[in-house]
Design a protein. Structure first.
Length: 358
């Protein structure tokens, strides 16, 4: 009788939780929905129709590590796929999320997660502060998530830098502010600040040097052989270093160099936007950063103004190969380089006071 009861229990357990094979398999990553290539145009005054944006599984990185991303062609901030990529690692230990997507699509992001798991939401780690990565933080905290990030990200959230017009940024939604914080240690680049064992995975939260922002974290999944590399690399639009939040183009170069050291040749790298890459794919991007920084530095040393440097069209050689190469995207990149090569203000508490322009 006793044995029989055990057998029944074991059978029930097997039915309820399908066995997951947790070794890396060669068929991964699997693209479910390809990201858009554009070009995209939006009329003047266009507003993102959040009610039309869907959040779906766009890639599978392992049997229990899925990518969530938004619809193509609707969100001018990211027309190739609305929002930032979010990841969900799932299984009997609960759900671990990397980034929370935009606030407007919190319910839809949860619904997408519920399409493949009923496990409780337990951990959320933020790769950086931008709203397409942290917007639904408070919503997922209400689902039970403990939120992890660099302390610089928490500082950026609690004390946002002034906006370009000199006005203070919006106050933080306290429920969405990370509470489990750690710092980047310049003496040990690449060392994980947090390592979690969940759902057959070993997950490392690796704080980065100030690069895309001063609060960046990359997330490594050792079994799946995947690293979420967030936004210091992008292959849709020109590079973006958020200097007001402590980022810099030279910091993004350091971040790329660190990835070369810690990723294997076959490691799947997951940028916040664009397509999945391997570390070999980062080389042309790195070369472009070096080239543009050097050219802008030369022009600025010759006394050229920002207007003159923008007019020099330094990105022309790259426009053929860079998708999403809008004027706004290249002007932002050149302006970053211009501000960085001379009189670049220091980072204080994750923020930098950038020159204001009318
Ligand atoms: Zn992003």
């Amino acid at each position: 009788m006793k044995t029989r009861a055990w057998l029944l229990l074991a059978l029930a357990a097997t039915t309820a939780v399908p066995a997951i094979v947790l070794t890396q398999r060669s068929e991964y990553p699997i693209t479910v929905v390809a990201r858009g290539k554009g070009p995209y145009t939006f009329p003047d005054g266009y507003q993102t129709p959040w009610d039309r944006i869907e959040i779906m599984v766009t890639e599978k990185l392992s049997p229990n590590l899925f990518v969530l991303h938004g619809s193509e062609g609707l969100d001018p901030a990211h027309p190739d796929g609305s929002g930032g990529r979010a990841l969900a690692l799932f299984g009997s230990d609960g759900v671990l999320m990397v980034d929370s997507e935009n606030r407007q699509v919190g319910e839809k992001t949860l619904k997408a997660i519920r399409s493949f798991t009923n496990a409780p939401i337990k951990v959320l780690v933020n790769s950086h502060i931008h709203s397409d990565h942290t917007g639904a933080n408070a919503f997922f905290a209400q689902q039970g998530a403990v939120i992890f990030s660099q302390d610089n990200l928490r500082n950026e959230m609690l004390h946002p830098p002034l906006r370009a017009n000199g006005q203070p940024g919006p106050a933080a939604e306290m429920a969405g502010v990370p509470t489990a914080v750690y710092a980047y240690d310049p003496s040990a680049p690449g060392r994980p600040a947090v390592t979690l064992t969940m759902n057959g995975e070993t997950v490392d939260f690796i704080p980065m040097m100030p690069s895309h922002t001063a609060g960046d974290t990359i997330v490594r999944f050792r079994t799946a052989n995947v690293i979420y590399i967030e936004d210091f690399y992008r292959n849709f639009g020109y590079p973006f270093a958020d200097q007001a939040n402590g980022g810099s183009v030279s910091g993004m170069l350091d971040a790329i160099d660190l990835i070369q050291k810690i990723a294997g040749a076959d490691t799947t790298l997951v940028p916040g936007h664009g397509t999945l890459v391997k570390k070999g794919d980062l080389a042309p991007y790195r070369a472009m950063l070096v080239d543009i920084l050097a050219k802008v530095k030369t022009l600025r040393a010759q006394g050229k103004s920002l207007t003159e440097v923008l007019a020099a069209n330094l990105t022309a050689p790259y426009d053929r190969t860079i998708l999403g190469d809008t004027q706004q995207s290249k002007d932002r990149f050149i302006t970053e380089a211009f501000d960085e090569v001379k009189d670049f203000p220091p980072v204080v508490d994750g923020k930098r006071t950038m020159p204001r322009r009318p």
